[in-house]
Ligand binder design. Structure first.
Ligand SMILES: [Cu+2]
Length: 162
């Protein structure tokens, strides 16, 4: 009697494993990702993330001038929005500036933000969500030339809110 129960349990586990295997045989997940490299300047301002489809990470300082020639290599319209950065309208990645596959768009701006963590993501009308969760997103870290002053400001804000 005990032996029979043990066999049934093994069979149950076997069926469970088959069920999981079937789930893994579904359609492949679509992955889209940004790639970037430094054309001119400090090579450390762009960091690729190994074994991740997210990224890259931009690391720039307040006051730096940035020029990003962007080429759309996915089969959908897209444009890049620099979330939270104070940039000129033409560099903000509004959906009306969307570009088609194979087209390029040049972003130029001076980094005016204070030290903080920002991010960038696509912003085509009606396609922002799907493109982000398929991988098009990266961090934009803004550092300050005057870290002591920025740190004091952040501490003051923390104390006021606590
Ligand atoms: Cu945004």
């Amino acid at each position: 009697m005990k032996e029979t129960k043990a066999i049934n349990r093994r069979k149950f586990l076997g069926y469970t494993a088959v069920g999981l295997g079937t789930g893994l045989g579904g359609p492949a997940t679509r992955i889209q990702h940004y790639t970037a490299h430094v054309i001119k300047g400090d090579k450390d301002v762009v960091q690729a993330l190994e074994n991740s489809y997210l990224g890259p990470i931009f690391r720039l300082k307040t006051g730096q001038k940035v020029r990003v020639p962007f080429t759309n290599q996915i089969d959908q319209e897209t444009i890049v929005h620099w979330h939270g950065l104070h940039v000129p309208e033409q560099a903000d990645g509004h959906p009306r500036f969307v570009i088609k596959q194979g087209q390029a768009y040049i972003y130029e701006f001076e980094l005016k933000n204070r030290a903080a963590t920002y991010w960038f993501h696509p912003h085509p009308h009606g396609r922002t969500g799907p493109q982000v969760y398929n991988g098009l997103a990266g961090l934009f870290l803004c550092h300050s030339h005057n870290l002591e002053h920025e740190d004091l400001g952040m501490m003051r804000n923390y104390l006021v809110k606590a």
